[in-house]
Design a protein around this ligand. Structure first.
Ligand code: CTP
Ligand code: MG
Length: 401
């Protein structure tokens, strides 16, 4: 099992002196959520992280606990809360001691680095798992400025820039090795500023991998600008397509004709395992594509008793829950559906379908477009064998990977 430790027990004194904020920086918000939340989310999404330890300080523990409760539904991985200490080192120690014996790798991360990307977390842990001769992997950046060693602002010497790197978190280690290293450090009362230093102390090998300039630590007042930045959104477009065959009313799988839950009088019945709401099915496929989560059959198999005759509006709700779970930053912008059928006549119903769909998706009617066409008596729709719906969904989502 791989664990992540999210360190959120600091006082943020370098910031607090300037801002007079009541709460330390890990509780500041970015895009409406506290910084520690963003870290937990980023780690949760990594397939190589299986559980988390979140560390808060005694001074604001009750507040932190209440906040964790408030956001509990956002998290799916198991996590425990641990009390930190007065130094970062103590906080790490408390968290390491709380890890169960089945924990092999631990990624230690500062809650003050909310821009950490999931893909990088996965990459760092993966590098560690593939190199058994190293004790830890740390993200690092090269320096572009010339670096001087100074004493009271007087230059002593120039350091060889090519041999110098600044380092970030998450730093990833084998749990037994980092725990042993931290034990040695505290026995000998050595002060350290990152966890790799503990491994250096016991002579372990640490590999520097490429860090990320965007993985900044909120430390000084100027860094707060990063939290105010416009959300970096990207717009994505996805497509869905579904077909249902027409059958007679007495067919065992015949379902009354409906589009987006709107019943339509028709002599044609739809052959389906669920309720045969072909429009919602095309829409669900397009929605699932927003998070590349397969298709309707993956989630609601048409051989499962659970979904027999089920209202597709329920499937739509379940789909929206999947989207929220996979990417809470997703915002639907527009839905464009074309219904292709020779019969029945759809045009008299498009306004109601538009309004109903807007309601189902909590969108305005302007964000939903419903069109209908025939195929000029050609093909299977023209031959009255069935109906098809195509659907294009446009959404915004946060650019974080
Ligand atoms: N941290 C911690 N326990 C401490 C001190 C620090 O868990 N006793 C955490 C912080 O919450 C932060 C991370 O370690 O996420 C990095 O530390 P730093 O940026 O130094 O944060 P603070 O110590 O809170 O800030 P400052 O040094 O300005 O007081
Ligand atoms: Mg500090």
């Amino acid at each position: 099992m791989n664990y992540a430790i999210i360190l959120a027990a600091g006082k943020g004194s370098r910031l607090q002196n300037n801002t007079k904020a009541i709460l330390p920086k890990q509780f500041f918000t970015y895009q409406g959520k506290p910084l520690w939340w963003h870290c937990v989310k980023a780690f949760e999404k990594s397939p190589l992280v299986h559980a988390l330890v979140i560390v808060f300080h005694e001074d604001n523990y009750a507040f932190a606990q209440a906040q964790v409760e408030e956001y509990r539904a956002d998290f799916s991985l198991p996590f425990i809360l641990v009390k930190g200490g007065d130094s970062r080192q103590e906080s790490v120690m408390n968290a390491l001691k709380s890890l169960p014996s089945d924990c092999s790798i631990v990624a230690i991360h500062d809650a003050a680095r909310p821009f950490i990307k999931t893909a990088l977390i996965t990459q760092y842990i993966d590098v560690l798992m593939k190199n058994d001769e190293i004790s830890g992997v740390i993200p690092s950046l090269s320096i572009s400025d010339t670096v001087k060693s100074v004493n009271n602002d007087f230059v002593l010497s120039t350091l060889p820039r090519e041999n110098i790197k600044t380092v970030q978190t998450p730093q990833c280690f084998y749990k037994d090795i980092i725990l042993n290293a931290h034990n040695k450090i505290s026995e000998n009362q050595i002060n350290i500023t990152d966890d790799a230093m503990a491994i250096e102390y016991i002579g372990g090998k640490i590999l520097c991998v490429e860090g990320d300039v965007e993985n900044k630590k909120i430390t000084y007042i100027d860094d707060l600008k990063l939290l105010e930045q416009e959300e970096k959104m990207q717009t994505i477009t996805t497509f869905g397509y579904d077909v249902h065959a027409y059958v007679e009313e007495n067919h065992p799988k015949a379902r009354p004709f409906k589009l987006a839950t709107v019943p339509i009088i028709s002599k044609h019945f739809l052959k389906a395992h669920s309720d045969g709401d072909v429009l919602l099915h095309a829409l669900i496929d397009a929605l699932l594509s927003l998070v590349s989560a397969g298709d309707i059959g993956t989630h609601f198999p048409d051989n499962s008793k659970e979904f027999e005759n089920i209202s597709s509006a329920i499937l739509l709700d379940k789909t929206l829950a999947i989207l929220l779970d996979r990417d809470s930053s997703l915002r639907l912008i527009h839905i464009d559906c074309t219904i292709i059928a020779q019969e029945p006549k759809i045009a008299p119903h498009t306004k109601l379908i538009q309004k109903t769909l807007a309601n189902l998706l909590s969108l305005t009617v302007e964000q939903v477009s419903i069109k209908a066409t025939t195929e000029e008596k050609l093909g299977f729709t023209g031959e009255l064998k069935g109906i098809k719906v195509v659907c294009v969904v446009t959404a915004n989502k946060n650019n974080r990977v």
